[in-house]
Design a protein around this ligand. Structure first.
Ligand code: HGY
Ligand code: MN
Ligand code: MN
Length: 422
């Protein structure tokens, strides 16, 4: 690729990436699947055209780095995730992954601590409910047993999915040592460019968001078991209808979140009733619950209250309830130092900005949770739409975010060099 990296480069790569998993409406690119593999190989080749070397790790994460960079070198990591939700948009994850590659390329030859781009394998939990498999494997946070116990809804294990990716050059062999993954680089800091996925920046006409903390969330799989019976001959008073019990649970989750007030949210994103016939009272219903709050203690209270209310509803209706937590991530603060530098820089570059809490989870929360100074820079989302095919941000606004991150990385590298010289 020749010529300077500019807005058209970003546009060409964002629009090129969206083809992988495009399903006529939105983008569905599930971790380690065929579209995901093709997308990762395409990004690898584009990064090499920009003068970077690329390495894949055993977790299927792609790194784009200065040629000849020693593994375990201290670096600044910048990037985001490659996977999407089902029927998602073209910017969630993709923007930060492409921006990371451009930022690493723009940093070539600038001296100081190297900037390394990461494209994490999986963040959403769309295929593997436990979520953040990418960032967790980047940081060595997994046991060999997890590779078999972590399975998708078709019963395909993480290990088998990695094998599929490895056969396509998208992952390296799992380590034989005590842990399957070891960090490839030592991140001294982590920076993630991402779309806001909410309406605030556009409504307040701010160019960027400086993320101060990321909300905590819990996810639970719930199974309600009643009695499947004939829909015509079973009197209402003699039913144990699992779907009606589920409906009351779903409503009680909304009531509880409203009782707590913002930023509390609770969502049941999926309800699957069986057998699903017109003329059979549903005997079973599975729910997927996601609840969030910026305060860890309140989040814990919300979850125990939800479990209590759900169990009371099932009991009153003569149904059985199984409650299976599948992921739990505490709220995390972003690096105060990085926020200070970003705020000062925004003033100097005359960027309109807003400091804000992220209501969405991100890879950065895994880095921050492991003590890596981390921060995020948001670009606005048009009408706050995300996790939807209509997700959109004008390219000029995405490019402004890259321009800001480029200046911020240079500032952080200088600061790192000065601290190193002390
Ligand atoms: O679910 C989330 O908050 C993120 O988009 N994975
Ligand atoms: Mn995301
Ligand atoms: Mn997302």
């Amino acid at each position: 690729m020749n010529g300077p990296i500019q807005e058209s480069t970003l546009q060409e790569m964002i629009e090129g990436l969206r083809r992988f998993g495009a399903d006529g409406r939105g983008v569905t690119r599930l971790a380690y699947g065929p579209a995901w593999c093709e997308a990762q190989r395409w990004l690898d080749s584009r990064a090499r055209e920009l003068g970077l070397d690329c390495t894949v790790d055993p977790g299927g994460n792609l790194y784009a780095h200065p040629p000849g960079l020693e593994p375990a070198a201290p670096v600044i990591l910048t990037g985001s995730h490659l996977d999407t939700v089902e029927q998602g948009g073209a910017y969630d994850g993709a923007y930060g992954a492409v921006a990371g590659i451009l930022l690493a390329a723009m940093g070539l030859g600038s001296g100081g601590i190297p900037v390394v781009a990461y494209v994490s394998a999986e963040e959403e939990g769309s295929r593997f409910a436990s979520a953040f498999l990418g960032a967790r494997s980047m940081l060595g946070m997994a046991e060999h047993a997890d590779l078999d116990s972590t399975q998708d809804s078709a019963g395909v294990s993480w290990r088998a999915a990695l094998e599929f990716a490895r056969e396509r050059g998208c992952a390296s062999p799992v380590h034989a040592g005590p842990r399957p993954f070891e960090p490839l680089f030592r991140p001294r800091m982590e920076l993630e460019a991402h779309i806001e996925q909410g309406p605030v920046l556009e409504a307040e006409q701010k160019e960027i968001g400086i993320v101060t903390s990321i909300i905590g969330f819990r996810r639970v799989e719930i199974r309600i078991t009643g009695e499947a019976r004939h829909a015509g001959t079973t009197p209402m008073a003699m039913r144990k209808d699992a779907l009606v019990a589920a409906a009351e649970c779903i409503w009680s989750a909304e009531v509880l979140a409203i009782e707590h007030g913002d930023p509390a949210v609770a969502t049941v994103g999926r309800a699957e009733a069986r057998p699903g016939a017109f003329n059979v009272v549903p005997g079973e219903c599975e729910l997927r619950l996601d609840a969030r709050h910026s305060d860890s203690a309140v989040l814990g209270t919300m979850l125990s209250e939800l479990e209590k209310r759900f169990r009371a509803i099932a009991e009153r209706r003569g149904a059985k309830l199984d409650w299976k937590p599948v992921s739990s991530h505490a709220p995390v603060a972003m690096s105060a130092d990085m926020i200070t530098e970003a705020t000062a820089l925004a003033g100097e570059m005359v960027f309109s900005f807003k400091k804000m809490v992220s209501g969405a989870g991100h890879d950065s929360m895994i880095f921050a949770g492991q003590g890596v100074p981390s921060m995020m820079v948001f670009a606005p989302s048009h009408r706050g739409i995300s996790h939807h095919p209509d997700e959109f941000t004008p390219m000029t606004e995405l490019w402004e975010g890259v321009r800001f991150c480029h200046a911020l990385l240079a500032r952080l590298a200088r600061r790192d060099a000065m601290e190193g010289a002390k």
